[in-house]
Design a protein around this ligand. Sequence first.
Ligand code: FAD
Ligand code: SF4
Length: 342
Amino acid sequence: MLRLPDFNYIRPRSLKEAVKVLADLGPEAMAVAGGTDVYPKMKRGQFTPRHLVSLKFLKELRGIRPGTKDGMWIGAGETLTAVSRNGAVNKLFPALAHAAGLVSTPQLRNMGTIGGNVFVDTRCNYYDQTFFWRQAAGFCIKKDGDICLVAPKSKFCLAVFSSDTAPVLCSLGAVANFFGPGGLRRVPFEECYRDDGINFLTKKNDEVLKGILIPRASFGQRNVYLKLRRRGSFDFPILGVAAATSLDREGICRSARVVLTGVASAPKAVTEAAPILEGKKISKEAIEAVAEAAAKVSHPVDNADMDYWYRKRMTKVYVKRALAQLAGLELEPEAGARAAGE
Ligand SMILES: Cc1cc2nc3c(=O)[nH]c(=O)nc-3n(C[C@H](O)[C@H](O)[C@H](O)COP(=O)(O)OP(=O)(O)OC[C@H]3O[C@@H](n4cnc5c(N)ncnc54)[C@H](O)[C@@H]3O)c2cc1C
Ligand code: SF4
């Protein structure tokens, strides 16, 4: 049985105190919310913080408020169960409720928070192993080593960004509200990430996500999230497709965003979706063109479940399914593809 190493557990009474403690203790301190990513990684020696600063009991991080002046507010400390079951989230943003409800297992969703989910560590078959396994295989640059075992010539780590909810928030134009030593900072979710398996977050270590704002402009948009994984019971996504569109009364597409997860070290926006889809009715030909564009920006490598070429091929299939669902179109079934996207 793997055991947790020794560490100091700090339980601040306010968000202000949490940020001060994180700033004072520096890189040896780490925030923990539900702990469903942090604690297993400490047991496996992937995370080695001396101090854990708990966000679990902070009232400032709680609450789901659908009717604020600026849009819907979701406290970062809300559990994935709470987000997936919230009536307003289900009504306005079914993609988000669905994505939150597909994360891991019921027990982990009861503990895991949406704040922890959007910052969950990147994944790789050579890294998500016990210390002893990694020691025997040889360490890699993400932790303790100096070579990438997947692509030895790569100077960068190619670990995979695998959050289910982050691509949905990017597709909905959501804004991250950080509280740090300098006060509040608002950052669009798509600017919270960079395509680097080690430094995949743009936020600083002493910044805490207070909450998520989904702007009013996104109310009324059609939105969907499809997830590919081996086991339907629980598994990280090896591909996720989030799509959001707004259609006017005549069915003309006024805005369109498609964002992928599980295919790079950050959520990957398919920037061609907007110019291809906007200003006209969504057709099968346009959907095909967006799916082609998505397959071009999807770069899975051989470090996650299932073959990387299959995951790349399924990008096209899942993007087509997601957009067809939003447009109310029926597509021909693809040979060799999985029957249904979750
Ligand atoms: C068996 C298993 C299966 C899983 N399956 C999935 C899956 O299918 N999809 C998926 O997306 N995830 C999955 N996970 C990962 C994890 O359970 C979820 O991502 C969960 O939402 C993490 O939330 P948490 O509150 O437990 O985060 P923690 O473990 O507490 O923290 C995760 C990271 O976020 C940071 N953090 C947390 N809250 C904040 C905040 N408010 N401000 C700033 N930083 C913060 C922490 O410092 C840490 O770096 C799985 C985990 C396990 C063990
Ligand atoms: S992609 Fe390479 S460096 Fe990154 S975790 Fe995997 S083996 Fe390590």
